[in-house]
Design a protein around this ligand. Sequence first.
Ligand code: WT7
Length: 653
Amino acid sequence: MLEPVASEIESLLHEERMFPPPPDFARHAHIRSMDEYRALAQEAETDYEGYWARQADRELHWHRKWDTVLEWEEPFAKWFSGGQLNASYQCLDRHLASWRRNKAALIWEGEPGDQRTLTYQQLYCEVSRFASVLQNLGVKLGDRVIIYLPMVPEAAIAMLACARIGAPHSVIFGGFSSEALKDRINDAQAKVIVTADGGWRRGKVIPLKANVDGALENTPSVEHVVVLNRCNNDVTMKPGRDHWWHELGEFACLDVPAVPVDSEHPLFILYTSGTTGKPKGVVHTTAGYMLGTTLTSKWVFDLKDEDVYWCTADIGWVTGHSYVVYGPLSAGATVFMYEGAPMTPQPDRFWQLIDKYKISILYTAPTAIRAFIQAGEQWALRHKLDSLRLLGTVGEPINPEAWMWYHHIIGKGRCPIVDTWWQTETGSIMITPLPGATPTKPGTATLPFPGIMVDVVDKAGQSVPVNTGGYLVVKRPWPSMMRTIYKDPERFKQTYWSEIPGMYFAGDGARRDSEGYFWIMGRVDDVINVAGHRLGTMEVESALVSHPLVAEAAVVGRPDPIKGTGVAAFVTLQQGTSPTEALKQELMAHVVKEIGAIARPDDIRFTDALPKTRSGKIMRRLLRDVAAGREAAGDTTALEDSAVLSRLRTAED
Ligand code: WT7
């Protein structure tokens, strides 16, 4: 299954540039040296539970202290059993007792340029008010609430309000279609949907409420829809079901106490793609997740009270959950949030925002960096960017050229870069530099976070030698790990804990270099990483074959200079259907309708047959070569019909 890309290893093996932390940065950092890093890692090695217990004691506010640090019945973990806490209390109430009460918690700018700032006290009031709104709509402990909002403060408010009353939220990215929304609502059996009339993106309004209306034709669990007026967009309101956020707020109470919940109470469900057509509801619980996100926010982003911190991820992805909302607010940071697109109105919007708000920490994705590189460095050079002190990336491997550009053009050679490896499933950052300690090298996420036991192994679970490709695994349960797939513990076990005995297998290939640094080589399963967003190739295939004229479809990734990976589809049509350009466009639109714009194929090729083995398995390896315009490497003798390949190639022109 694992197919290391030899040429890539070869080129990265020659990466010898090394960037030690600037001494002045290290002096003031949370973790100041490699000695300190090694001491922490060693502490976790010798006393794993004790290490995590000490962190939990220091970082979290406990309404009731736990009885047991870890209960482990592979693959099911319980951290801090018997303890009680509340994530919203942890992010808000705690700070109200100190001077932080009047500190900016959220600073926000909308795409059209409108601005808002909420202090911790103000954010607390809004969260309390919305918690009361949800209670008035009948939301109780354990009820699921869907959040389908643009990047506005209300997205964070709605999440924290759910957490406040112990109602797990499931945030659905605003780019998903009605169909995708409907599936997720039904899987979660959600009672309430929180949405907006629309949100601004590239100068246009995304019609969120209209998408919800489309989804709700077939979602019996939904009782109420709360609609935020963001854009003064025309919407249809169904009496009794749909309510305006501001109208409900008038009758709400401003002091809803945070309900202490059990450590293992589910905080949220977040859907993510896997190797089958059906998205998985990744379940995260309260204590361990809050510990992982709080501690990594402090140590990886080195958050200080003076910082203005900006993570550019949308709230619809795990990065938005962990590093826009829960981690940084728990750490008492000032979080900057931006609603719109990076290139609107011009390719320097990010740099303009950084100067305007004096942003000191920027956490973004390699795909964004590559798009900025393509737009030209003059856009960044127009701005001072002198408030920045730390840069971060996440979502996919960053190519060394993009790393160097980020370092020079944005960081002015002054700011450490933290390349952070983690996943929806891991909840918080797992492999990363600590910016005051770890010397960085372009292209590697460097070393495990203290207390995270990762390794690169072979199929049998044996560590592989230095500079050899293998499977990236986690060897011990960690606090912020996902607990299960919603309503499907068996699939959880199958997907993550059965491939390699006794270990969590992440789906990525990796190698370690002679200094122990991890180089992530990308997915080894049928999942592709498009512009930092995860997409199961099976999902796109299911969407394609749901079109009446499609007989069969195979979807693979192909290299894309900006998105990292693009979506390439091979389609066979029903007998008697002619392959036309119009049909190609129609199929692309069909995928957008079924999943959302992120899944739109970059290329659809019609073919009379797909390359298959004699047992009928599609040979994706060959399709990947064709899609990338490469000569098919390796063995093709397993092909049932060897002429298929050459026909596929000629279909290119
Ligand atoms: C997959 C997880 C968790 C944040 C956003 C993506 C890839 C993530 C890195 C990195 C190389 C990375 C992996 C991983 N990935 N960060 N720093 N270097 N690859 O979350 O959608 O759960 O995807 O993103 O392939 O498995 P996700």
